[in-house]
Ligand binder design. Structure first.
Ligand SMILES: *Cc1c(COP(=O)(O)O)cnc(C)c1O
Length: 363
């Protein structure tokens, strides 16, 4: 390895977070969401580490499910978007995927697949739209669907919905969605799945047969407000710690500028550290001057524009700043959500966008 840029992935923290989350709902089954390369943390190691702690995995698309099977994962895998074409169901038959079905075209495909192989009926989830209006059958179609396809609503079937505002527990939206969902399917006798991380943490009623846990397992708070009233203190630890090293140090006089566009001007004589990570590595280009990082037990601030492979920080106040020292971009000392807030995004986006050029090192 040449440059020291890396994402340290703390697998113990992952397991600890997961088990703390599971303890909130010991009667529920836990589905670990590992789509998008386990939110950028590396799906192979993440899924191996937690396989014995979870009941099921979830990915967005079948290619991701194939990768899990090729990596030796034997637990059930839910494909959250369901099939995108009819052939997927039969092509992947041997891999035993569970499909989330959310529209009538998919339902037709599943019916055709069922004619050839009846076992498909035991590997279906049905998604209903309780108010988010992104995916799912209308709730008022539930009884008709069940009456038309009785073989698809059996003891293996899970009826699911997704919440729009679970990360803002003080808004009324979640209780409205829950009420609609329970009114229609609450007495159906079928297994239910509602909760993502935020709802799982903040809403007892959202914890049902299967909870779908993503971001919180990776140690990042799903909540917009760092301290919403309904959030119990869970003490989750960050799993991803992003580091890069200083590859240049220079002193510039007050009034000089730094980086592309000369967008930042030194208000004092300043020591600039050039750090070997940039937007091609997934460090966000829109991180403004003032975005924090952590170096030698103190916070430092980004200055100037983020380039493709480098970013510059003001290290004037750090005694003995030295070439090839490591800087933490996010992790234990600078929360990924803090950086995200500076950029106008969320931790999810930063985590999933750490590029393949950054080696993941597991510990
Ligand atoms: C990604 C996803 C989740 C996990 O959400 P987190 O907020 O990361 O816990 C749950 N359910 C569905 C349908 C998803 O797409």
């Amino acid at each position: 390895m040449s440059r020291q840029t890396k994402a340290i992935i703390d697998l113990q923290a992952l397991k600890r977070n997961l088990n703390r989350l599971k303890a909130l709902a010991p009667a529920s089954k836990t589905l670990a969401v590992v789509k998008a390369n386990a939110y950028g943390n590396g799906v192979q190691k993440v899924s191996e580490t937690i396989q014995s702690d979870v009941d099921m995995f979830a990915v967005a698309i079948s290619e991701e499910a194939v990768a899990l099977r090729q990596g030796g994962i034997e637990k059930p895998i839910l494909v959250l978007q369901g099939p995108h074409q009819a052939s997927e169901i039969s092509d992947y038959r041997a891999l035993h995927f569970t499909w989330m079905i959310h529209n009538t075209t998919q339902l037709d495909w599943v019916e055709k697949a069922f004619e050839k192989d009846a076992r498909v009926a035991n590997q279906l989830w049905f998604k209903f739209d309780s108010g988010m209006h992104r995916l799912g059958f209308a709730l008022n179609e539930f009884s008709t669907l069940r009456a038309k396809h009785p073989h698809f609503f059996n003891k293996h079937t899970v009826v699911a919905t997704h919440l729009a505002c679970a990360d803002e527990p003080d808004k009324p939206n979640t209780s409205i969605q829950l009420a609609r969902f329970f009114d229609t399917v609450g007495s159906s006798g079928l297994s239910l799945s509602i909760a993502n991380s935020a709802a799982h943490i903040a809403n007892v009623n959202a914890r049902q047969s299967y909870n779908r846990i993503g971001i919180a397992m990776y140690g990042s708070s799903p909540f917009e407000d760092p301290n919403p009233s309904a959030q119990p203190t869970l003490d989750l630890s960050p799993v991803m710690h992003l580091y890069a090293s200083i590859i240049a140090l220079r002193k510039i006089p007050k009034g000089d500028s730094v980086g592309y566009g000369a967008s930042w001007q030194a208000k004092r004589d300043t020591i600039i550290a050039t750090v070997a990570i940039g937007y091609a590595d997934g460090y966000p280009r829109h991180a403004p001057s003032g975005t924090p990082a952590f170096y030698k037990n103190q916070r430092i601030e980004l200055v100037g524009r983020v380039s493709m492979d480098m970013v510059t920080f003001d290290v004037t106040d750090v005694p003995d700043a030295a070439l090839y020292d490591e800087v933490e971009l996010w992790g234990a000392n600078v929360g990924i959500n803090e950086v995200a807030a500076k950029v106008g995004t969320i931790g999810y986006e930063l985590m999933t966008r750490v590029s393949p050029r950054v080696p993941r090192q597991y510990q």
